[in-house]
Design a protein around this ligand. Sequence first.
Ligand code: BDR
Ligand code: CA
Length: 309
Amino acid sequence: MKKIPVIIDCDPGVDDTAALLLAHQMPELEILAVTTVAGNVSVDKTTINAMRVRKASGAGYPVFSGAEHPMFREPVTASGVHGEDGFGGVEMEIPDDEIPAEKAWDAMYRIAKEQKGELTIVATGPMTNLSIALSKYKELPQLVKRIVIMGGAAIGGNVTPAAEFNIYVDPEAADMLFQSGIPVYMCGLDVTMKAYITPEELEKVGALGSPQAKLFHDVFQNLQKKALEEWEQPGVALHDPVAVMYAADDSIFETHHVGIRVETKGEITLGKTVTDLYSDKQMEHNAYIVMDVDRDAFLKKVMDLMAKY
Ligand code: BDR
Ligand code: CA
């Protein structure tokens, strides 16, 4: 089987950590690079965390660091959710590997050229690195096969009633992506809230016994408490794992070809992903929205992949 060449652009982040642990074991994917961006925490921390996960999973991909702040706005973080260091309070030594001088957007362009139109980019943080790459390299849209993002929602948001975190942090960047001409597959809250893991299921992952399974279990502990007690959810939503899972195999998901743009001017609606999915007023169909997942099949994959460590 020919593997799908991917770059994972992320802001680890506890669910980004889970996504990276899972992606490393997916037989369909070849991770060519991980790029980091400011989002859940500052980019120096997301870069350290990406290197921590690389070390923990025994992977060899390069980690390139990217944007320190959104295109036109002040940074917004989610350290209240992911912990001060973005690693869910898990203590892990900081690897002393050198961070390459090449920036995330330059690596994206170089690798896209090397892959001759076959590259998939999975973005699980704010889309700032992608927007810089698109601004700097005008031919990039012709070089990327597809982009799968975790972000947005046809339904309500999780930062404001209108907006999901990754889009809210850098709405201009996200809108640039939707207008780029690259096929964008949006795994937003519509689907990721259905891809939750219950406390019992998370315990089962931890009980697999490997250090990686323990890491998966441990990073979610604080967030799980919030999800169950504060937000009254049945478990922790595996937001970012959905995007990597979708990139590898979209057969367990329900997808619709739609129009999507991002509200960049509104006060109450800032960062809303506006789609014509529920409207008879049609937009240009520039993107795909992922609305549903077979949760049992998804969880089985999570277990099977983590059992490979
Ligand atoms: C998204 O926001 C971040 O906090 C998570 O890592 C995920 O990418 C969910 O809205
Ligand atoms: Ca993320």
